[in-house]
Design a protein around this ligand. Structure first.
Ligand code: SF4
Length: 59
């Protein structure tokens, strides 16, 4: 299980999110004031996972 600190960019509140995830799947998000924070976190984790894969494919 990995942990990531993110600033939610889905609205001007900029909640500080703590995201627990494994591979490209989010298990838990704290610090979000609404469900959009959860969706934002899932998007960032998926993006992160894809770019890591891209980097490893280029090696
Ligand atoms: S979690 Fe909700 S309230 Fe917080 S920044 Fe994201 S969209 Fe805004």
């Amino acid at each position: 299980m990995e942990k990531l600190k993110l600033t939610c960019g889905a609205c001007k509140n900029a909640c500080q999110l703590i995201v627990e995830y494994e591979d490209d799947e989010v298990w838990d998000v704290t610090g979000n004031n609404c469900m959009k924070g959860m969706i934002f976190a899932q998007g960032e984790v998926t993006k992160n996972c894809l770019s890591e894969e891209k980097i490893s494919n280029n090696k």
